[in-house]
Design a protein around this ligand. Structure first.
Ligand SMILES: [Zn+2]
Ligand SMILES: [Zn+2]
Length: 242
């Protein structure tokens, strides 16, 4: 089956996201846009994933547990897990490496945590926009170690991407899929496109506001609509001519 996906969406827990990026608003907008699968991927935090899973429970929409990490090198790295409990275990280890700095909400924005009824239940006081003190390689292996799938985010962007920070994708790492930011599609040089052909490519919105969620722009072919099948697809490399 064709499953239309948008696997990179920020809730209001990300300081840069709109305050109406609440669990039910995101879920309802995704359904309106004709999506079958979304992922909530907040910066270095997972506080709204449970509420989004709950909000989607009696709907046709599948929410995949996820996060967008900022590595020590300032590379944005997405991670997806088929079970929420695996995301939590992974995060418990990773959050120890967040710098001990407080968010200044008047400068950077609020970091709201919601329940499944869209009520604010807490505010994350940590500075989530800073880099986690773990390298790109270390985080990749940790994600895989917890059964997750790493996907370098918006590789075709000029900042916070693996290409802008490291200049290349280390070929020895267990990476099979990369994310292309939709607005920059086609902006890559030919040699880069050749290198990237070794990876499966997904297109996501990186939405920070409801209107920016993808419509039916990008789909994956799945035998079954569940997180395990999606993750299996994201763990496969494309067949590339030698
Ligand atoms: Zn990013
Ligand atoms: Zn993002």
């Amino acid at each position: 089956m064709k499953a239309y996906v948008d696997l990179h969406i920020h809730s209001a827990l990300s300081p840069c996201a709109d305050e109406d990026m609440t669990p039910n608003s995101i879920v309802n907008m995704a359904i309106l846009k004709g999506l079958q699968i979304i992922a909530i991927t907040d910066h270095n935090a997972i506080g709204n994933v449970a509420a989004c899973l709950e909000a989607a429970r009696n709907t046709p929409l599948l929410v995949v547990p996820g996060i967008e990490l900022t590595t020590q090198e300032e590379v944005h790295l997405l991670a997806y897990f088929d079970e929420y409990s695996s995301l939590v275990s992974f995060y418990e280890e990773v959050e120890k490496h967040l710098p001990l700095l407080q968010n200044r909400s008047h400068i950077f924005g609020h970091q709201w945590i919601y329940n499944a009824q869209d009520q604010i239940i807490d505010e994350d006081q940590r500075l989530l926009m800073n880099a986690i003190q773990l390298s790109f390689d270390e985080l990749i292996y940790k994600i895989v170690g917890y059964g997750g799938v790493p996907v370098p985010a918006h590789v075709n962007r000029d900042s916070f991407s693996v290409l802008s920070s490291l200049g290349f994708i280390p070929p020895e790492l267990p990476i099979h899929t990369i994310e292309i930011f939709k607005h920059n599609k086609g902006s890559l040089s030919t040699p880069l496109q050749k290198q990237l052909a070794h990876y499966q490519q997904i297109i996501s919105s990186d939405a920070h506001s409801l209107g920016n969620l993808l419509e039916q722009v990008f789909f994956v072919d799945l035998n079954q609509l569940d997180a395990a099948h999606l993750l299996k697809r994201l763990s496969q490399s494309p067949e590339v001519e030698p």
